[in-house]
Write a protein that binds this ligand. Structure first.
Ligand SMILES: Nc1ncnc2c1ncn2[C@@H]1O[C@H](COP(=O)(O)OP(=O)(O)OP(=O)(O)O)[C@@H](O)[C@H]1O
Ligand SMILES: [Mg+2]
Length: 259
């Protein structure tokens, strides 16, 4: 591992699928211990990029160096340096949360799989749920377990592909807290998201992937400076669906109370 280089260095990365060009020359650095959000619309190429960085897919051109290792020349070393939590949760529904963790620890030939599982359950607030089958977990719990599983073996770099897609607001907050904890512990995190608020909440730097290139890359403050200063406008306030919902539900409850 080399500390003086960024944890991830991408230069001139290109990738096409037959005649469809997805990445047209992507440049990106991710500093050690930072959280970088890769933002882009559906089909922008986020998953493609994560798959190349995690050695699942070969680049057509350009260089990608992860933890000091070139993904094409040293894929084994790259794999030992990273973990990947895919866009869809990879947990086994039939097993309990604890059993899932133990399974992964054993697959990685670690000793003390039980204590490792218990520590991770505690870290992700899953101790009580640990003995339950994953089939009974909420989306947020599943995601947290998925992230916990990817931390077994303490990889210095983790890739999270859309960690909160499909979660309710509470589940998203839970996952955000887990990701922040990771970075506080020194792990480098590259995550993809379609949610601007997720990038705002979590990332030290935000990179926007658009039409095959990183079109901006900076801190939230830097990105906001790209727009002209906010103007104050008079806007008639329409009720939101949430206002309507809360008003109706509130009214119903009051009525019931009166009975
Ligand atoms: N193996 C493949 N073969 C052919 N086309 C592919 C393949 N993988 C991805 N693509 C195409 O490449 C483009 C980028 O896909 P990718 O999955 O990287 O986007 P994404 O930014 O992750 O999108 P989403 O936000 O929907 O997850 C899409 O048009 C997709 O259809
Ligand atoms: Mg994707």
């Amino acid at each position: 591992m080399t500390i003086d280089r960024p944890a991830i260095e991408v230069r001139g990365l290109q990738k096409s699928f037959k005649e469809l060009t997805v990445l047209r020359g992507v440049d990106l650095d991710v500093a050690h211990g930072s959280i970088v959000a890769l933002l882009g619309s559906n089909g922008a190429g986020k998953t493609t990029m994560i798959r190349i960085l995690s050695t699942l897919l070969r680049p057509d051109a350009g260089t990608v160096v992860v933890n000091g290792f070139d993904v094409v020349a040293r894929p084994g070393d790259v794999r030992e340096s990273i973990s990947l939590t895919g866009q869809f949760a990879a947990v086994d529904e039939v097993l309990t949360g604890r059993e899932n963790l133990i399974l992964v620890a054993r697959l990685r030939h670690l000793t003390g799989a039980g204590p490792i599982a218990d520590r991770l359950l505690a870290r992700f607030s899953l101790t009580e749920a640990g003995a339950r089958r994953v089939a009974t977990y909420s989306g947020g719990m599943r995601r947290r377990l998925d992230i916990a599983m990817s931390l077994i073996g303490d990889p210095p770099i983790i890739f999270l592909d859309e960690p909160t897609t499909g979660l309710d607001p509470e589940g998203r907050l839970e996952v955000w807290a887990a990701v922040k904890q990771l970075a506080e512990g020194g792990t480098t995190v590259l995550l993809t998201t379609q949610y601007l608020d997720e990038a705002e909440q979590l990332a030290d730097r935000i990179a926007i992937l658009h039409q095959g290139r990183i079109i901006v890359n900076g801190t939230l403050t830097e990105l906001k400076q790209l727009l002209p200063p906010a103007e104050i406008e008079y806007v008639e306030k329409q009720p939101t669906l949430e206002d309507v919902f809360l008003t109706l539900v509130g009214a119903r409850t009051e009525g019931e109370d009166a009975r």
